[in-house]
Structures are given as structure tokens and as C-alpha cells.
Design a protein around this ligand. Structure first.
Ligand SMILES: Cc1cc2nc3c(=O)[nH]c(=O)nc-3n(C[C@H](O)[C@H](O)[C@H](O)COP(=O)(O)OP(=O)(O)OC[C@H]3O[C@@H](n4cnc5c(N)ncnc54)[C@H](O)[C@@H]3O)c2cc1C
Length: 456
């Protein structure tokens, strides 16, 4: 390799999902790797994303569990949430994970530098550490700097917080307004509703969760409303002001709302500010996303980028997958590419959504004729729990090939269920294969292999 010329073979900026995986896998191949991180190891997912969010989602589910337990004969008192204890327990777990990441990197022989990094040229990086500026050279440089919340520019936006702040709010908000209709907005609305806040969700468009199957969108909006969230569609926020009774929100239609906390979950933009990309002419797209080829190479030959900073599929497993493909491509032996087909995903609303493949409308556009199977029902558990929550399962089949091209559900543990089906769909499973698969009884998942009557 290039041992004599550069300090490192690979320099990674950003120790989040993608950066840590790339650094660790490359070091395990025997190459010399350095990673620079400005904040805590583990990035968004570990510190302010997937992990703390899922922990809080578990916390919120207990509210339902306490309620439902009565229907099964349990006699319980009124449950009380200790917000300080939940925050402290989450913080301790995140700190433990930071240490795990440090151990993984150091164990693989990666050099960790704490500080803000920027590109000096196509083989040099400068890191602003506590002890001053340090410069490193490397044969390859990987930008894995992730994304950051984007905040709408309206009067009073300084009174609102982003998802980063929600895990550590000094006081639990009795009244929460969530602005946004995407998955992060819906998840926080569900979590804080479950934890006991009175939640209003403002969605600019006619429906939540753009990009998901339309029936699933309608179904989850109804379930979230039934659970107590005031979902307001076609509603735009104009301004926020501070009053003696919390924050006052003015809507575009003149309406007013009061809140203790306003969460802007209005999208995320690539983290590129201060990276020195302009000076080097690195090609960028919308919101500054770094443009890369299918091997994650940017317009500079020795500089690569992956994960959220490329603003393609913003999910942790995708960043991990891209990192492993990149390491294989750079340090051999495989010259493979990442497959972006049939990426499954979950939304941790209450109830959960799990989805893989095409929504019905998307499938019609892509395949022409499709056959749709759907069922919605009360899950067995709720026959005794007295909960009115319902579940939905849906299959979209390409009529010509019989291949199942879309699988969607709303219901408990949807992510756990859909992960398994995603393997079958990746392998090209047809509806006939689903039909010949024996169900596991009594489960919710068995509905997917017992759907027989098309609805469209
Ligand atoms: C609230 C929330 C919930 C989410 N839930 C899920 C989920 O359930 N499932 C899922 O798959 N995904 C989820 N995501 C998305 C997921 O977290 C991201 O897709 C993933 O973390 C992207 O990884 P990354 O490596 O691209 O960037 P990140 O993990 O964001 O890492 C980037 C790192 O780079 C560092 N950095 C940035 N600039 C510099 C610099 N100049 N110098 C040094 N360091 C720098 C940052 O501090 C950060 O640590 C969620 C995101 C959010 C915000």
C-alpha cells in the first residue's frame, strides 16, 4: 500500500454508523485507519436517533400495557412516569454504548482523534482538537458526517427544539406540538403521547408519512388519532411567541395553539458546513448533499462519502451496508455494489409500521397491473385488553410475474415481523410461495400467508 507517503491509508471524518463501520472493517483488513469525531462516538443513531428513540418508545408502550393489564385480570394502581429516571437510565445506556464503540475501534487498531475535521486538500485533513490544530494525510478520505435537523425559518423558531433535544428536555412537556409529518415527527408524537403529554401534530400536507403506501398512511393516522394525538393535516405554522403560559403558536389559517414544547421534525440536511468542500470544488446536490458514484467516490478521486451526508436512503443499516461495500472495494477483494432494492423499514409509531417494497400506487406505476390483498382486524390480544387498536396487513403483487413487490403492516412489532419477510421478498418470493407457506398460529404474522381474496 502507501505506507511511506501518507500518515494513514484511510482517514474517516465522522464516527457515526457509517464511519465507525468503515474504520473498523478497514482496520481489521490491516490498513492504517484514523477517525475524527467532533462529538460522541456512535453518531446520530446511538446518541440522538434510533437507540434512545426506541428506548423511549418502549417506555411509552408501558402506558398501554398498564391499561391493558386490567382486561387480563391484573389489579394495578395509577402508574406515574419518573421523567428524570427515564432520562438518566437512557443517558447511562448511551454512555455505555459510546464506550463499546471506542472499544471496537481501538480493538481493531483505529486511531481516534477528537475534534472537528475539514479537508485541506484531496489527501490532507485538518482537525481542530482541544490541544490545537493537527494535520493528517491519507491515501483515501471518507466523509461520513451524517445529517442535522433542518429548522424552518419562521418568526420565533428559536423557541422550538429539534429531535436532538427531545431526549433530555429539562421538564416533561404537558403540551407538546410536533411540527412535521415524516417518520421522526410521527414517532415522537406517539412516544410523548404514550408518556403522558397532550400532543398536537401539525402536518403541512394532506396526510402523514409521504412516500409510504396510501392505505397504511390513512390507517396509521386514524390509529394515532384514536390513541389521543390531535393530528391536524393541511396545517401550517406561521410563528411562535413566548407568553407567561408557555409558547403560543399562530397557524397560517389564523388559529392559535398553546404548548410547553414545540418540536420541529421538519427534515434533515447533510452535515457539510465547515468541511472545506467549496474550496476543493467537491460536487454537491440538493441541500449540499455530496454527490458520489456507485462506489461512493466523490468528484475528488481520493475522497469518498456515504450515509446521510449523501442524502439518499437515510437509515443506519444502509450506512452500515455502504461502509462495508466501500471497504471491500478499496481494500479488496470484492468489487461489489450495494443493492438498494427492497430495503425494509419500520416506523415506531404506536402501533408500529413495517414496510418493504412498493406501495400500491408506486407498484401500479412501475409494474402496470398489480393485485392487492389486505386485511384489517382487531389483534387477538385486544379481545381482552379492551384496547380499540386495530392492525392492518397488505400485500401488493405484480400480476404478471406473481411476485410479491410490496408488503406493509401496521401492528405490534411490525419491524420484527417485516424483517423476516424482507428476506423472502429479496429472494423473489411469489404470492404462490406465500400461499404454500404454513402459518404460525396464533400470530399476527400468519395473516400474511393466509390472505386469499384480492381487494383490487
Ligand atoms: C430521531 C432519529 C431517529 C432515527 N431512527 C432511526 C431508526 O429507527 N432506524 C434507522 O435505521 N435510522 C434511524 N435514524 C437515522 C440514522 O440515525 C441515520 O441514518 C444514521 O445515523 C446515519 O449514519 P451516518 O454514519 O451517515 O451519520 P451519523 O450517524 O449522523 O454520524 C455522523 C457523525 O459525524 C460527526 N461529524 C459531522 N461533521 C464532522 C466533522 N466535520 N468533523 C468530525 N466529526 C463530524 C457527527 O458528530 C456524527 O457523530 C434516525 C435518525 C434520527 C435523527
Amino acid at each position: 500500500m502507501t505506507k511511506d507517503v501518507y500518515d494513514f491509508d484511510l482517514f474517516v471524518i465522522g464516527a457515526g454508523s457509517g464511519g465507525v463501520r468503515a474504520a473498523r472493517m478497514a482496520a481489521q483488513r490491516g490498513v492504517r485507519v484514523c477517525v475524527a469525531e467532533a462529538a460522541a462516538l456512535g453518531g446520530t443513531c446511538v446518541n440522538v436517533g434510533c437507540i434512545p428513540k426506541k428506548l423511549y418508545s418502549y417506555a411509552a408502550h408501558y402506558a398501554d400495557a398498564f391499561e391493558e393489564a386490567r382486561g387480563f385480570g391484573w389489579v394495578t394502581g395509577a402508574p406515574v412516569l419518573d421523567w428524570e429516571r427515564l432520562k438518566a437510565r437512557r443517558a447511562a445506556e448511551v454512555l455505555r454504548l459510546n464506550g463499546v464503540y471506542q472499544g471496537l475501534l481501538e480493538g481493531a487498531g483505529v486511531t481516534i482523534v477528537q475534534g472537528w475535521a475539514s479537508l485541506l486538500d484531496e489527501h490532507a485533513v485538518q482537525v481542530q482538537t482541544q490541544g490545537g490544530r493537527r494535520t493528517f494525510t491519507a491515501h483515501h478520505i471518507l466523509l461520513a458526517t451524517g445529517g442535522t435537523p433542518s429548522v424552518p425559518d419562521i418568526p420565533g423558531s428559536e423557541y422550538a427544539v429539534s429531535s436532538d433535544a427531545m431526549f433530555d428536555l429539562a421538564r416533561f412537556p404537558k403540551r407538546l406540538v410536533v411540527v412535521g409529518g415524516g417518520y421522526i415527527a410521527c414517532e415522537f408524537a406517539s412516544i410523548f403521547n404514550g408518556l403522558g403529554a397532550r400532543v398536537t401534530q401539525l402536518c403541512r400536507g394532506p396526510q402523514l408519512l409521504r412516500g409510504f403506501d396510501d392505505e397504511i398512511r390513512e390507517f396509521i393516522a386514524q390509529e394515532m388519532s384514536k390513541a389521543g394525538i390531535n393530528v391536524r393535516r393541511d396545517t401550517q405554522l406561521s410563528s411562535i411567541s413566548s407568553t407567561t403560559d408557555g409558547l403560543e403558536l399562530t397557524l397560517a389559517d389564523g388559529g392559535r395553539l398553546r404548548a410547553d414544547t414545540v418540536l420541529f421534525a421538519t427534515g434533515r440536511v447533510p452535515n457539510v458546513t465547515g468541511l472545506g468542500l467549496e474550496a476543493l470544488g467537491v460536487a454537491r446536490g440538493r441541500d449540499g448533499a455530496i454527490l458520489v458514484d456507485e462506489g461512493y467516490r466523490s468528484s475528488l478521486h481520493s475522497v469518498y462519502a456515504l450515509g446521510d451526508v449523501t442524502a439518499r436512503v437515510q437509515l443506519t443499516p444502509v450506512a452500515l451496508g455502504e461502509a462495508m461495500v466501500l471497504v471491500d472495494r478499496l481494500f479488496g477483494p470484492a468489487q461489489r455494489f450495494m443493492s438498494y432494492d427492497y430495503i425494509p423499514t419500520a416506523v415506531f409509531t404506536h402501533p408500529n409500521i413495517g414496510t418493504v417494497g412498493f406501495g400500491e400506487a408506486q407498484a401500479r406505476e412501475k409494474f402496470g397491473r398489480v393485485t392487492v390483498y389486505r386485511n384489517s382486524f382487531k389483534p387477538l390480544k385486544h379481545t381482552l385488553s379492551d384496547s380499540t387498536e386495530r392492525a392492518m396487513v397488505k400485500l401488493v403483487v405484480d400480476t404478471a410475474s406473481d411476485r410479491v413487490v410490496g408488503l406493509h403492516m401496521v401492528g405490534p412489532d411490525a419491524g420484527e415481523i417485516v424483517q423476516g419477510f424482507a428476506v423472502a421478498m429479496k429472494a423473489g418470493a411469489t404470492k404462490a410461495t406465500f400461499d404454500s407457506t404454513v402459518g404460525i398460529h396464533p400470530t399476527l404474522a400468519e395473516e400474511f400467508v393466509t390472505l386469499r381474496q384480492p381487494v383490487a
